[in-house]
Design a protein around this ligand. Structure first.
Ligand code: NAD
Ligand code: WQD
Length: 343
C-alpha cells in the first residue's frame, strides 16, 4: 500500500491524521523534531491502530536528513506537511524563528520531493489568511480575498501558499492541495491522543478543559463588546478527527482522481459559527462541568467573527465535518481527564 510522509506527525493534527491514514490502509512515516510534541504520541497512535508508524526524529529544514528519509522510504507517494511553529503571539515576539522554521522547512521539503520525484503535497494552511472577512464574504469560501496578515505566523502561511503555487507553476509534475483549517478542537474518542499545549494554553478549548480540571481558577473571556449576537467572538470549531479525515480524502483524490487541478484549495470548517459564550455553555451541557469565567478586555489581534463555507470540500472531497459539537467538547474533556488522571 502507498506510503505517506507526515511531517509534524506527532503533533496535534498530524497524530490524528496518521491514525486515519493507517486505518484506511496507508503506510505512514512521520518526521518530527519533537519541538512541540512528545515521542510518546507514537504509543498513543499504536494503542488505537495496533502498531506504530515509522518515525524519524529530524528537522524538516535539514536537507541531508530529509533526503535520507526519502532514500530510506522509496515508496513515499505523497506528503502531508504539518510541521511548523504555530503560536501567533510567539510569532510576534520571535518573527525570525517563524520565518526560518515555517518557510525554510517548506522550501527544503519541496526541494527534496522534487529530487525524489514525489509529486503530491498536502499543505496545512489556516483561515487566518482571510483575516477579518467583510460581512459580504461570510461564511467565507475559497474565493474570499486574502488580507494582510495580522502576525508573522499568519504571514508564513500566506507566503507558503505562494511558494507552493510558484513551485507548481514551474514544475507541472507537482500537485498540491492547500487545506485552510478553521479552529480545530477536541481529541480522539479513545483519549489515547489529543492536544498537548505547552505552558499556559493560548487557545480557548484547552483553557476551558484545564479550568474544568482545576488547573486554572477561571477562564478569561476576551471581550463581550463585539458586534455579534452575544458580544463575544465567533469561530468555526471543527472536530480534529473530522479534520484528519479530510486529509485522507485529499490524499485519495491526489492519487486517484482524474479531474483534479494542479493546485486545489479547500476551506475545512463545519459551516457553523459558535460564539465563545455559546461554546462555554455547550461545554457545560456536554460535560456537566461548570466553567467559572470573567469578561475582560479584548485580546489584541483577535478578529470578530469568521466561519467557513465548506461547500467545495463537501462536494469535491466528498467530506463533511458533522460531529455534533457536544460530542466534540466531551472528547476534549475525556482527554483532559485522561492526561490529568481524573476519574
Ligand atoms: P503542533 O505544534 O501540535 O504540531 C506541529 C508538529 O510539527 C509538532 O509535533 C512539532 O514538533 C513539529 N515541528 C515543528 N517544526 C518542525 C520542523 N522544522 N521539523 C520537524 N518537525 C517540526 O501543531 P498542530 O496544531 O498540529 O498544527 C499542525 C499544522 O496545522 C501547523 O502547520 C499549523 O500551522 C496548522 N494549523 C493549526 C491550527 C490549529 O489551531 N491547531 C489551525 C490552522 C492551521
Ligand atoms: C478563539 C476565541 C478568543 C482563549 C488561533 C490562531 C489561528 C489558529 C487557531 C493556527 C477568540 C477567545 C481564547 C481564552 C478567550 N492557529 N479566547 N479566552 O484566535 O481563533 O485562532 O488558533 O493556525 O491562527 O489565531 O483561536 O482558540 O485562540 O481563540 O476568550 O483564554 O476564544 O478571543 O475569540 P483563534 P483561539
Amino acid at each position: 500500500m502507498a506510503r505517506i510522509l507526515v511531517t509534524g506527525g506527532t503533533g496535534y493534527i498530524g497524530s490524528h491524521t496518521t491514525v486515519e491514514l493507517m486505518q484506511q490502509g496507508y503506510e505512514v512515516t512521520i518526521v518530527d523534531n519533537l519541538s512541540n510534541s512528545s515521542i510518546d504520541v507514537l504509543d498513543g497512535i499504536a494503542a488505537i491502530v495496533g502498531r506504530k508508524p515509522e518515525f524519524a526524529n529530524i528537522d524538516c529544514g535539514n536537507f541531508v536528513d530529509l533526503d535520507n528519509v526519502f532514500k530510506q522510504y522509496p515508496d513515499i507517494v505523497g506528503v502531508i506537511h504539518f510541521a511548523a511553529s504555530k503560536a501567533v503571539g510567539e510569532s510576534v515576539e520571535k518573527p525570525l524563528l517563524y520565518y526560518r522554521n515555517n518557510i525554510g522547512s517548506l522550501v527544503t521539503l519541496l526541494e527534496v520531493m522534487q529530487l525524489h520525484k514525489v509529486q503530491n503535497l498536502v499543505f496545512s494552511s489556516s483561515c487566518t489568511v482571510y483575516g477579518q472577512p467583510d460581512a459580504k464574504h461570510l461564511p467565507v469560501d475559497e474565493t474570499a480575498p486574502i488580507q494582510k496578515a495580522l502576525s508573522p505566523y499568519g504571514n508564513t502561511k500566506q507566503i507558503n501558499e505562494e511558494i507552493i503555487t510558484d513551485a507548481a507553476h514551474a514544475d507541472s509534475d507537482l500537485h498540491a492541495t492547500i487545506l485552510r483549517y478553521f479552529n480545530p478542537i477536541g481529541a480522539h474518542p479513545s483519549a489515547h491522543i489529543g492536544e498537548l499545549p505547552n505552558g499556559v494554553p493560548q487557545n480557548l478549548l484547552p483553557f476551558v478543559t484545564q479550568t474544568a480540571a482545576g488547573l486554572r481558577p477561571e477562564l478569561k473571556v476576551f471581550g463581550d463588546d463585539y458586534n455579534t449576537p452575544d458580544g463575544s467572538c465567533i469561530r468555526d470549531y471543527i472536530y480534529v478527527v473530522d479534520l484528519a479525515k479530510a486529509h485522507v480524502k485529499a490524499i485519495d483524490r491526489m492519487l486517484h482522481a482524474k479531474d483534479r487541478e494542479q493546485v486545489e484549495i479547500f476551506n475545512l470548517g463545519t459551516g457553523t459559527g459558535l460564539s465563545v459564550l455559546t461554546l462555554i455553555r455547550e461545554f457545560e451541557a456536554a460535560t456537566g462541568q461548570k466553567i467559572p469565567y470573567t469578561i475582560v478586555g479584548r485580546r489584541e489581534g483577535d478578529i470578530e467573527q469568521v466561519w467557513a463555507a465548506p461547500k467545495r470540500a463537501n462536494e469535491v472531497l466528498g467530506w463533511k465535518a458533522d460531529t455534533p459539537i457536544r460530542d466534540v467538547l466531551a472528547s476534549a474533556w475525556k482527554w483532559e481527564k485522561h492526561i490529568r488522571n481524573i476519574k
